[in-house]
Design a protein around this ligand. Structure first.
Ligand SMILES: [Zn+2]
Ligand SMILES: [Zn+2]
Ligand SMILES: [Zn+2]
Length: 364
């Protein structure tokens, strides 16, 4: 009966610098060679008083709906921004409906503001005090709230005892958590892949090594900052793919990629995330009459916009529980999403000298 009448997804987008329409697959290249964008970047340095402004590293990030990639966006922001800045940006432009939880998945780490992730810290210090005096603690001072300390007493004693004194001493050389985590991650990489099997076969040295591997993994878990307060430059590198999830019930998932980086001048710290390009809104047809659809029945997740899109006239006769507007977002038709809070326009209002894009291929 009812036939799917959605049009072929429109995969063209608009370059916000020059206003030209460009295919999705060619936008990364276009932005690299867009004359207007180059001019805007060149103007950056002079826009800030005498041109001696400090350089900032910017990340160029490409985002798209994981299951509806006809919605996509290129943005640029300072690498010193944190994941929370990016979270807020996506909420404002693309996903916010009722303040659901969100998270980033980068490599094997999930970053979120889930309180469970924050339980280390205070609690452990108390436990440490109970053990009083003899301190095997490696006190790492980060000078920030939420900084995590390595407390060997809170780790399984069997594991700690199996460590060599050299290794335990080495841990104490670090005076900040970040360096220690980098060291531990390198250690973790150095274990043989088949270690578990070798240890099960019973070699003494392999078993000791397997215990060390477990301990190193535990310490990383204990120390690594997995909150949204992590700076992009710490969590990401050029070429990296990662993911964003908004709302763990009716989830909207975004696939993300760091397409490049450049040095430039940050002109306005308040307005530091810029949309470089964005998809042209896909059009949907009314499933009843084929005219342009204006609304989508609520409650069907992201399929709604394909299967339950209606024009105004037909929607009055349709038996649906509620309606949402058709908006240019991968969250269209989901939960109570009605569109962006605040419009972001990517007019490159800033500057600097030459662009150093280290782009990777646009691989779809
Ligand atoms: Zn352009
Ligand atoms: Zn909601
Ligand atoms: Zn209709």
């Amino acid at each position: 009966m009812k036939k799917t009448t959605a049009e072929k997804p429109n995969l063209k987008g608009l370059c916000y610098s020059c206003n030209s329409e460009v295919d999705k697959s060619k936008m990364t290249q276009h932005l690299k060679y867009c004359k207007q964008r180059a001019a805007a970047i060149a103007a950056e340095a002079s826009a800030k008083d005498d041109g001696t402004a400090a350089k900032t590293k910017f990340f160029h990030i490409v985002a798209e709906g994981r299951y509806n990639p006809q919605y996509w966006m290129h943005i640029e922001l300072p690498a010193t921004d944190d994941l929370e800045d990016l979270d807020i940006f996506f909420r404002d432009t693309w996903v916010e409906c009722c303040d659901h939880l969100s998270a980033f998945q980068i490599g094997d780490i999930s970053y979120s503001d889930d309180p469970e992730d924050l339980y280390f810290g205070d609690e452990i210090e108390e436990e440490g005090d109970a053990g009083a005096g003899d301190s095997e603690d490696v006190d790492v001072d980060e000078g920030e709230e939420g900084a995590k300390a390595l407390n060997l007493e809170s780790l399984p004693p069997g594991l700690v005892e199996a460590m060599t004194p050299e290794f335990l001493l080495k841990l104490q050389e670090f005076d900040n958590t970040d360096d220690l985590v980098v060291f531990l991650r390198e250690e973790l990489q150095s274990f043989p892949k088949d270690l578990v099997f070798r240890a099960l076969r019973g070699g003494e040295e392999d078993r000791r090594l397997a215990l060390k591997q477990m301990l190193v993994a535990e310490m990383i878990e204990m120390l690594e900052d997995r909150s949204l307060g992590v700076a992009l430059e710490k969590a990401l590198k050029v070429g990296q793919k990662f993911r964003y999830e908004y709302d763990f019930g009716s989830t909207t998932e975004l696939s993300l990629r760091v397409a490049g980086a450049r040095e430039g001048v940050l002109v306005d710290e308040e307005d530091d995330i810029h949309v470089l390009a964005r998809n042209i809104p896909p059009e949907y047809k009314c499933v009843r009459c084929g005219k342009p659809a204006t609304k989508v029945a609520a409650g069907y997740d992201y399929w709604g916009v394909i299967e339950h899109a209606y024009c105004d006239a037909c929607s009055r006769k349709a038996k649906e529980d509620g309606w949402l507007p058709i908006v240019n977002s991968p969250r269209v038709g989901v939960c109570a999403y009605t569109g962006e809070e605040e419009a972001y326009f990517g007019e490159a209002e800033w500057e600097d000298d030459d662009e150093e894009d280290e782009e990777d291929e646009e691989d779809e």
